[in-house]
Write a protein that binds this ligand. Structure first.
Ligand SMILES: Nc1ncnc2c1ncn2[C@@H]1O[C@H](COP(=O)(O)OP(=O)(O)OP(=O)(O)O)[C@@H](O)[C@H]1O
Ligand SMILES: [Mg+2]
Length: 319
């Protein structure tokens, strides 16, 4: 079970004292907290030097110059497929339970980050494989999609080991690799679920707000594809329709794909796995992303704390 605790309040008060320090040392102090027993997750704003000009440029380009309305996304052309979500790995689709509260907290931190500067596309990554990038990105996407009228696009940006289609129980092709290599259009690689029986009301609502782009098979070309300008075009095109775009990615240290893709995104959310991710690995991952707007770290898979679990489990079914 994932435990995404709130560290932000404490972090926020400490952050005020830290203002004189450099961005990277604030990030490191965030990791110290998360490696401690009490604080398991933090999304810190402005943890690294901010390439605000870059973000502004991207947004200006998305405002209409590159993709005039005529060439906008044809939502009616998106296929509806029979999905079979793996509910045991998608706690954000449930009506109650401690994980819902934790993903809701993460979502609140993301909203707060959006209050500081425009934020729509968030790439989720981590230093090494198996730290929980796919788990966090998919559940964050569903948590955002639970909100009324919130249209969310979830992209499997790991074109080497694409797995999100397994979590959603759907097709893996055509996918992002097909779009980036010019074989498919944006609408052709997007899919939405047909109505799924026996879903909880909020789960059904979240599913109805979610559109998915699977990984496709990038194979050896994944590194080249990940730096293709078409990814930026996709985000601009999708940004006219979707409120949020969440991108799962490959691990940062073994391959360059995530860093390449981060250049096109508004922000990056890093994942560390409790008891697994070593401090220097998290440190290196953050350093590789220094040119990006890193929101902070989520510490994933913290062992259960029964008291907190019971408290939040109680009546935690509203959004
Ligand atoms: N909080 C969690 N609780 C329980 N299982 C988890 C949790 N987070 C991840 N897992 C499990 O750990 C495994 C790895 O998670 P996931 O696939 O999300 O990692 P990843 O970082 O995307 O890996 P890769 O780099 O190989 O793509 C999966 O089997 C997943 O279901
Ligand atoms: Mg993954």
């Amino acid at each position: 079970m994932s435990r995404i605790y709130e560290a932000l309040q404490k972090a926020e008060s400490e952050r005020k004292q830290d203002l004189a320090e450099s961005g990277s040392s604030r990030l490191l102090s965030g990791l110290d907290r998360m490696n401690g027993a009490a604080a398991a997750a933090a999304v810190e704003e402005e943890t690294l030097p901010v390439p605000s000009e870059l973000v502004e440029e991207k947004i200006a380009a998305g405002a209409g110059e590159v993709l005039p309305e005529k060439g906008g996304l044809n939502v009616a052309a998106i296929s509806r497929l029979p999905w079979s979500p793996e509910i045991s790995r998608l706690p954000a689709l449930l009506d109650r339970g401690p994980s819902i509260e934790q993903f809701r907290s993460l979502r609140s931190r993301v909203y707060e980050a959006r209050d500081v500067r425009p934020l729509k596309s968030i790439l989720v990554s981590s230093g090494l494989p198996q730290e929980g990038k796919s788990f966090i990105s998919t559940n964050l996407a569903f948590s955002l999609a639970r909100h009324k009228n919130s249209k969310v696009l979830l992209i499997d940006g790991d074109m080497r080991r694409y797995t999100l289609h397994e979590l959603l129980g759907t097709e893996s092709h055509p996918g992002l690799a097909d779009y980036l290599s010019g074989k498919s259009t944006a609408e052709e690689v997007m899919q939405q679920p047909q109505e799924i029986p026996n879903m909880s009301p909020s789960g059904a609502h979240a599913l109805s707000n979610l559109t998915f782009i699977p990984g496709g098979n990038g194979g050896d070309k994944a590194a080249d594809l990940s730096s293709n300008q078409r990814f930026g075009e996709l985000l601009r095109l999708a940004g006219d329709y979707f409120d949020w775009i969440i991108i799962d990615s490959s691990p940062i240290l073994p391959v360059s794909d995530a860093v390449n893709m981060a250049r096109f995104c508004d922000a990056v959310l890093l994942v560390a796995r409790a008891g697994v991710t070593k401090y220097p690995v998290a440190q290196k991952a953050a350093a590789e992303m220094r040119a990006a707007n890193v929101l902070g770290f989520v510490l994933n898979a913290v062992p259960d704390n029964p008291q907190v679990g019971n408290y939040y489990g109680y009546n935690a079914n509203k959004d």
